[in-house]
Design a protein. Structure first.
Length: 138
């Protein structure tokens, strides 16, 4: 019973911390790579309207946010869990992948970014978070 509770707790804490990392990067991305003139990143209509004018550099921070949020979330979940660590870490990856699919459906981003983001930022980072946490625990 203790293993199950720690697994659920690890998943929830990993999801919350990973989400915090993700949103922190997204909210502050404009400080590193400024958006084009007149973009309101908190407004989906504004983003949708200007998305075709984005350059490759404007997609770096969203990818990093998705990848690092998933990595950190899976890492934390794996550290907390005492059993079924890999399924829990991959569960974090799946949770963030679902969010990524929802964003792909909402924003008209380029296909190359959608493929890179959905294939490279979620499940691989969930697995990598598990591997790093596993090595730290040894």
């Amino acid at each position: 019973m203790k293993n199950v509770l720690l697994g659920v707790f690890g998943f929830v804490v990993g999801a919350v911390i990973g989400g915090f990392v993700n949103m922190s990067i997204i909210v502050n991305a404009h400080l590193i790579i400024p958006y084009p003139e007149g973009v309101d990143p908190s407004n989906m209509e504004s983003l949708t309207a200007v998305m075709p004018t984005f350059e490759i550099k404007h997609f770096i921070m969203p990818f990093l946010a998705h990848a690092l949020g998933t990595l950190v979330g899976a890492f934390v979940a794996t550290l907390i869990a005492t059993a079924a660590r890999l399924p829990i870490a991959l569960g974090i990856g799946v949770l963030f992948l679902v969010g990524g699919v929802m964003m792909v459906m909402d924003l008209p981003s380029p296909m190359w970014f959608n493929v890179l983001d959905l294939v490279g930022a979620y499940l691989p980072m969930g697995f990598l978070g598990y591997v790093i946490a596993f090595k730290v625990r040894e």
